[in-house]
Design a binder for this molecule. Structure first.
Ligand SMILES: *[C@@H]1O[C@H](CO)[C@@H](O)[C@H](O)[C@H]1NC(C)=O
Ligand SMILES: *[C@@H]1O[C@H](CO)[C@@H](O)[C@H](O)[C@H]1NC(C)=O
Ligand SMILES: *[C@@H]1O[C@H](CO)[C@@H](O)[C@H](O)[C@H]1NC(C)=O
Ligand SMILES: *[C@@H]1O[C@H](CO)[C@@H](O)[C@H](O)[C@H]1NC(C)=O
Length: 294
């Protein structure tokens, strides 16, 4: 059977959907890949295409496409071939299986770029049949910085500011005060030449509307992924420092400077008390123990 005839039969098979000489049984494309720009040796991104193919099949070719553009091709008698956009980004020595018709079916992408996001399609074909499957992949570039802060303005307002740098794709930012969404229109984002975003959200709140202490949070998320990050800080009114409740009653107030305080200070007496009571219990047991001995 010559190549032309084979291809015609192949086409007929596809149209009728009756041939299964080559069939994709499992496409392994992760839905997300987290790219850490600071890592010198990021994990390779491995896309695998598991198929069943009859050993007697002639003219086997495997292709990977990204958004319809070929990025990788492999013919068992030849070396795997990454196309221009993936050149130097695929480890062509990667072997997923020792079987002749499976050896280089997986594409091992080293140091993926942010624009490698898209729909990946695996196409396997022989002269007599063809099969294809595709799945979407999102490359997430981890932010280089994510900070939350607040400061007091002279005009009786407090400004809360949260920002993230060098992240992709565009994330959503949210400020919450005491677990409640803090509505603000002040959202900004800029995209750099490298395709990464700098984003920020800020808001102003009247000082007399914010009870001290207050928990301020900033939540970052990338839609349609499970990528979520959180920063938090505790607001203290520097003009009316919190009263530290302790076991002993009194009129003692301890001064806190906003920058030096955090949520941990007021909970400090609790573990101390626990330690004391544990110690007391141990001493009591020891005393009982020694008295029984005597
Ligand atoms: C991805 O971006 C790089 C530059 O960072 C560019 O050279 C390449 O052509 C882009 N690839 C695709 C598939 O758009
Ligand atoms: C993002 O922020 C960094 C750090 O401030 C800055 O160097 C970079 O130019 C910013 N990118 C854009 C697109 O503004
Ligand atoms: C607590 O002390 C302040 C001055 O240090 C005083 O003005 C105030 O009356 C005291 N309060 C009580 C309940 O004793
Ligand atoms: C808070 O800051 C002021 C000066 O800004 C300083 O005099 C004071 O000692 C500080 N209080 C504490 C508890 O560190």
């Amino acid at each position: 059977m010559d190549k032309r005839t084979g291809m015609k039969i192949g086409l007929l098979c596809v149209l009728l959907g009756v041939c299964s000489a080559v069939k994709i049984i499992n496409l392994k494309v992760p839905s997300t890949y987290l790219l850490d720009q600071t890592s010198k040796t990021p994990d390779p991104l491995i896309l695998d295409c598991e198929y069943e193919v009859d050993e007697s099949e002639k003219g086997f070719v495997l292709k990977w496409l990204l958004d319809g553009q070929p990025v990788y091709q492999w013919i068992p008698s030849k070396n795997p071939f990454p196309f221009q956009s993936f050149k130097n980004r695929v480890d062509t020595s990667y072997v997923v299986s020792q079987e002749h018709l499976h050896k280089h079916r997986a594409m091992a992408i080293i140091k993926p770029l942010a624009n490698f996001t898209g729909e990946y399609m695996c196409i396997v074909q022989t002269y007599a049949s063809i099969d294809r499957k595709s799945a979407k992949l999102k490359i997430i570039v981890r932010e280089s910085k994510f900070d939350l802060s607040y400061y007091l303005n002279g005009d009786g307002y407090i400004t809360v500011d949260c920002h993230a740098r060098d992240i992709s794709p565009l994330p959503e930012l949210q400020i919450r005060i005491n677990y409640e969404l803090f509505e603000t229109e002040n959202l900004k984002s800029v995209q750099g030449e490298n395709g990464l975003y700098n984003v920020s959200i800020s808001g102003r709140i009247r000082k007399d509307q914010l009870e001290s202490p207050a928990m301020i949070e900033c939540l970052l998320s990338i839609p349609e992924t499970n990528y979520n990050k959180r920063r938090s800080t505790t607001y203290y009114d520097p003009d009316s420092p919190p009263i530290v409740s302790s076991g002993s009653a009194g009129n003692e107030t301890t001064g806190f400077n906003a920058t030096e305080t955090n949520g941990a200070s007021s909970s400090l007496p609790v573990p101390l008390r626990t330690t004391t009571s544990v110690l007391a219990t141990v001493v009591t047991i020891l005393l009982i123990f020694t008295s029984t001995l005597l």
